[in-house]
Design a protein around this ligand. Structure first.
Ligand SMILES: C[S@@+](CC[C@H](N)C(=O)[O-])C[C@H]1O[C@@H](n2cnc3c(N)ncnc32)[C@H](O)[C@@H]1O
Length: 188
């Protein structure tokens, strides 16, 4: 699948394409696997609730963007977390936000490619990626420690059926005409 098709899939989210101007312009997006599109805050909350995140968890967000998922888990549940993100500018912003919000002892952000990042410490992994990226990650995800929970926003894992799927209203969603998000949970 080429880059244009991937971006189209993201914008379809999951059904209907919307204006590409709503995501970071292609010129600023180098060869990243997924464009920067934020998960609306109420959907972040629902993802973390679906994953049953708590103070004893170690959360990893794959492609952490502005850091909102890791930051929310740290602020709301005191969860330790790491965001792996390929864009150094987004990582700097997320680190600044962690300091500003007083959770930099819990929330770490690292410039790292999700395809090489060490995921072994995770008890929960969150993802808002793309269908083919999920599938490329799948062999590694299935080899994680038994009991590790995976929560994906909008995109599934092919043949690996989720144990739970929920639909969440997402009025602030910046992609797609249907303002809902589909969240799926798997346990390794
Ligand atoms: C759709 S955004 C999701 C951001 C955040 N997780 C959220 O839900 O709001 C995907 C993020 O993945 C990042 N990304 C794309 N390819 C990556 C890669 N190979 N390794 C790490 N991050 C990547 C993008 O820069 C972008 O910030």
């Amino acid at each position: 699948m080429d880059r244009r098709t991937l971006l189209g899939a993201m914008l379809a989210a999951p059904l209907v394409p919307l204006a590409p101007a709503l995501v970071r312009p292609a010129a600023a997006q180098t060869d990243f696997d997924v464009p920067f599109v934020t998960t609306p805050q109420n959907v972040v909350d629902a993802m973390l609730e679906l994953g049953g995140v708590g103070p004893d968890d170690t959360l990893i967000d794959l492609g952490s963007g502005d850091g909102r998922i890791v930051l929310t888990a740290a602020k709301r549940w005191g969860t330790k977390g790491v965001g792996y993100e390929i864009d150094p500018r987004l990582v700097s912003n997320a680190q600044r936000a962690a300091r500003r919000e007083g959770v930099d002892h819990l929330a770490r952000f690292v410039v790292e490619d999700i395809f090489v990042a060490d995921l072994s410490a995770a008890t929960v992994i969150t993802m808002y990626l793309l269908p083919d990226v999920n599938l490329r990650l799948l062999p590694r995800l299935r080899r994680l420690r038994p009991g590790t929970r995976l929560v994906s926003h909008d995109w599934d894992m092919g043949d690996w059926a989720p144990q739970r799927t929920i639909e969440v209203d997402a009025p602030e969603k910046r992609v797609g005409f249907r303002k809902t998000s589909r969240l799926m949970l798997w346990t390794v």
